[in-house]
Design a protein around this ligand. Structure first.
Ligand code: LMR
Length: 328
């Protein structure tokens, strides 16, 4: 009996984020896959919950479920439609079942820095892309930034040739698959929660992710080193179900959206800093970080250039041009 109760408690109380909602309050569950602390998305979700739980106390409350505790990024989309959770923020790269337009954000070396990303998401085209999934009953309520990605492997990486023959974990994104294939390497789509284990056991040799993901998942501890390529963006779409959003009391909806906008704006502005801190911590904890010379960088850019040609028709040249023009 005791074992049974203990098991039940463990299942019902997976984290400290629960049990804040009072009877009668609208419960808003936010499910995500990353660490709660030291991560742009994890910290943004926690800050959002803190504000909602203070400012909307009595009418609404938010529970955050981090670290794939409830759902991975594929399952969470269905959970939104079923009303099991109310908000999710998957990497845009993983939304290709719903629209091919978001492949834009995966084009390698599209944005030269996060400043350019900010310019683009604030633009008219950037803003209109939020609504690409309405046919499926989803509303994008805003973008949440992480940062640019870096490569790591269990051997020294400096030039594209070094990646040949290696297996790299990628997100569930065909653009990422193509990108790894241009390196004559082998892409393996895996959920985020399996990355550390897959690197540790040698199921894959390498991976690509932002500093904050590489640090908070301790990926650098099972890799030879990290190569600072900044080759691709990791950006999230904060997504809710249209039915849920439209069904809200108008005053509650307006307050929720206002708080969301303020908190995501503040954390988008902090995302670069959080990633820079993660980079420093990786070095402090003994991780190896290698930079690229301008010549090496050119080699990576040209190795991955064929990916653009493959996807440009699906994305639309006008959209690509707008994104390119966001670079200073
Ligand atoms: C990944 O799967 O690598 C990322 O999308 C995880 C995340 O949410 O940052």
């Amino acid at each position: 009996v005791f074992a049974g109760i203990a098991g039940l408690i463990a299942v019902c109380l997976p984290g400290a984020a629960q049990a804040v909602c009072d009877p009668g309050e609208l419960t808003i569950k936010f499910s995500h896959v990353v660490a709660e602390k030291g991560h742009p998305k994890g910290e943004m979700a926690a800050a959002l919950a803190a504000r909602i739980n203070t400012e909307m106390n009595g009418s609404a409350c938010m529970e955050v479920y981090p670290s794939s505790e409830l759902y991975d990024d594929d399952a969470v989309m269905e959970a939104l439609l079923l009303g099991e959770v109310q908000i999710a923020a998957p990497s845009i790269s993983k939304l290709e079942d719903y629209t091919l337009k978001y492949r834009l954000f995966d084009l390698p070396f599209l944005f030269s820095d996060m400043q350019a990303v900010n310019v683009f998401i604030e633009s008219e085209i950037g803003n209109s892309l939020l609504n690409e999934m309405s046919d499926y009953g989803f509303v994008g309520i805003g973008y949440m930034l992480n940062g640019l990605k870096q490569f790591s492997a269990n051997k020294v990486l400096e030039i594209p040739k070094d990646a040949e023959g290696l297996a790299f974990r990628v997100q569930t994104s065909d653009v990422a698959v193509s990108m790894i294939e241009t390196l004559n390497a082998r892409p393996v789509k895996l959920p985020f929660k399996d990355v550390f284990y897959s690197l540790e056991t040698g199921l894959v040799d390498g991976q690509e992710n932002t500093w904050s993901n590489i640090y908070t998942q301790r990926l650098f501890t099972v890799q030879d080193g990290v190569l600072e390529t900044n080759h691709q963006l990791l950006i999230y779409l904060a997504v809710v179900s249209q039915e849920w959003l439209e069904g809200l009391d108008p005053a509650i909806r307006a307050t929720f959206l206002k708080i969301f906008k303020e908190v995501s704006g503040a954390y988008n502005a902090r995302a670069m800093e959080i990633n820079a801190e993660s980079r420093s911590k990786i070095i402090r904890f003994g991780g190896v970080v290698r930079g690229l010379t301008p010549v090496q960088r050119k080699e990576w850019v040209s190795a991955m250039a064929p990916v653009w040609a493959k996807y440009q028709d699906q994305i639309g040249l006008d959209v690509i041009e707008a994104a390119v023009n966001s670079n200073a």
